[in-house]
Design a protein around this ligand. Structure first.
Ligand SMILES: Cc1cc2nc3c(=O)[nH]c(=O)nc-3n(C[C@H](O)[C@H](O)[C@H](O)COP(=O)(O)OP(=O)(O)OC[C@H]3O[C@@H](n4cnc5c(N)ncnc54)[C@H](O)[C@@H]3O)c2cc1C
Length: 400
């Protein structure tokens, strides 16, 4: 890790999709920028939780060839991913997606950051406190057992859970409708192609094994998707995680959800080894570092983006990014409920969703932007997080 600077123009807290884009955009605007990430690598959910598809990168009209929705960093990262892993946009349902690889995403992120002379990246670094003074912030950052203080003219919160503003943020489980978490494991040495009919056959076998009591019921909604890497398959298990009691901010709750999902997926792996020839020489799955958390706490900004804004493809005078992914409600572990925009046209995301006037010199982006529960089910996807991150980085650098 580079030594932490004592004074910077912009600090970006959280190195997921949004934070990566915010930091790159800020440094490219000429601001001395610090990006801090508590994990050992960048990429957030797209790296440490094995989320393996970029959604929201393309215009929502699938009747036309794929068109990048947000120019700049989202397009740059999408194109690099296509070159490195050999994927291209595919139609899934009525939207374009781009398969990505979590390891490659971290590598691309590290390389892009290393090319920016004004950007310092601190991994294994956690923000532990923040305080606003009349025209700057002081941040307390913990790295390898030591505490440092950094003075920053502006901050971007891309922690995914509005970590910088507990007092001003919205606890989205107040209405008890949090999108469900999931565990995504990597299965290696899977033989043959994972065609739709192969997937159906596997699903049928799992249902039969659940009915006969051989496998736990929580495996009912498990999904399989081929990775861009050969012989690798991502297996996603959506979780009820205690239903109403699920609290993504409580470490014990997250650990319990992780271990119960891991136990179920281990049983599935053992079952597939004997029942599905394609999985017969599969070693124990590789586990992600983190549980996949779709929704936790987010900001209430100067404007709260609504489901209706998105469904009506509403545009705003102060829009700084575009959303094109449908509302993908995942309130139970039994699969998504999808609502497409009324017309195949993007919706705007106003700058007011990335700031709260009461909190000066601070912007937010990614899955903690100011949006209601339904709207979040669209704007939380990585393509949109890259776009709101880029916008917040530019705004922070301009107002430093
Ligand atoms: C199971 C699942 C499936 C999904 N499927 C898709 C999909 O198919 N396609 C898609 O595009 N999106 C998908 N998503 C959504 C998407 O992955 C996330 O919403 C998106 O990655 C959020 O990006 P972000 O940068 O806002 O937050 P995150 O990726 O969560 O990044 C936040 C970062 O902040 C860091 N951080 C937090 N607190 C601190 C602190 N105090 N100090 C330092 N660092 C801190 C975290 O370690 C993390 O790296 C899925 C999500 C889940 C959970």
């Amino acid at each position: 890790m580079n030594k932490l600077p004592t004074t910077v123009d912009v600090t970006v807290v959280g190195g997921g999709s949004a934070g990566l884009a915010a930091a790159l955009a800020s440094a490219r605007m000429g601001a001395q920028t610090l990006l801090i990430e508590r994990h050992d690598r960048l990429g957030g959910m797209g790296a440490v939780a094995n989320v393996h598809t970029f959604c929201g990168l393309f215009h929502p009209d699938v009747a036309s060839p794929p068109e990048w929705l947000n120019p700049g960093i989202p397009e740059e990262i999408g194109k690099l991913m296509m070159q490195r892993v050999g994927t291209k946009p595919e139609v899934m349902g009525s939207v374009y997606v781009l398969r990505q690889h979590p390891t490659t995403f971290s590598q691309i992120a590290a390389e892009l950051c290393a090319n920016e002379p004004l950007l310092t990246v601190a991994t294994n670094a956690q923000l532990t406190a923040n305080r606003f003074h009349s025209d700057h912030w002081t941040l307390e950052i913990k790295t390898a057992g030591s505490l440092s203080e950094v003075t920053s003219s502006a901050i971007v919160d891309t922690t995914g859970s509005a970590t910088l503003a507990p007092a001003a943020s919205i606890q989205s489980n107040a209405d008890i409708r949090l999108h469900r978490p999931a565990l995504i494991a990597e299965f290696h040495n899977v033989l043959g192609e994972l065609t739709d009919s192969a997937r159906l056959q596997i699903a049928g076998g799992i249902v039969r094994a659940i009915r006969s009591g051989q496998l736990p019921e929580m495996l009912l909604g498990v999904t399989f998707r081929a990775s861009p890497a050969p012989r690798e398959v991502f297996v996603t298990l959506d979780l009820e995680a205690g239903g109403m009691e699920w609290n993504p901010g409580a470490p014990t709750c997250v650990e319990n959800a992780f271990s119960s999902a891991k136990e179920a997926l281990l049983k599935l792996w053992q079952h597939l080894q004997v029942t599905e020839p394609a999985f017969s020489s599969c070693p124990e799955p590789i586990w992600p570092s983190d549980l996949g958390i779709r929704e936790s706490t987010r900001w209430i900004g100067d404007y709260v983006l609504t489901a209706n804004d998105l469904l009506q493809s509403r545009r705003f005078e102060d829009e700084v990014a575009l959303a094109g992914w449908p509302l993908e409600m995942r309130e139970t572990a039994r699969g998504p409920k999808i609502r497409y925009f009324t017309r195949p046209a993007p919706a705007g995301i106003p700058a007011r969703c990335l700031r709260a006037s009461a909190v000066p010199r601070l912007w937010f982006a990614g899955r903690c932007i100011s949006a209601d529960h339904e709207a979040l089910s669209s704007v939380r996807v990585m393509g949109t997080c890259l776009a709101t991150g880029q916008a917040a980085g530019i705004l922070a650098a301009q107002r430093r």
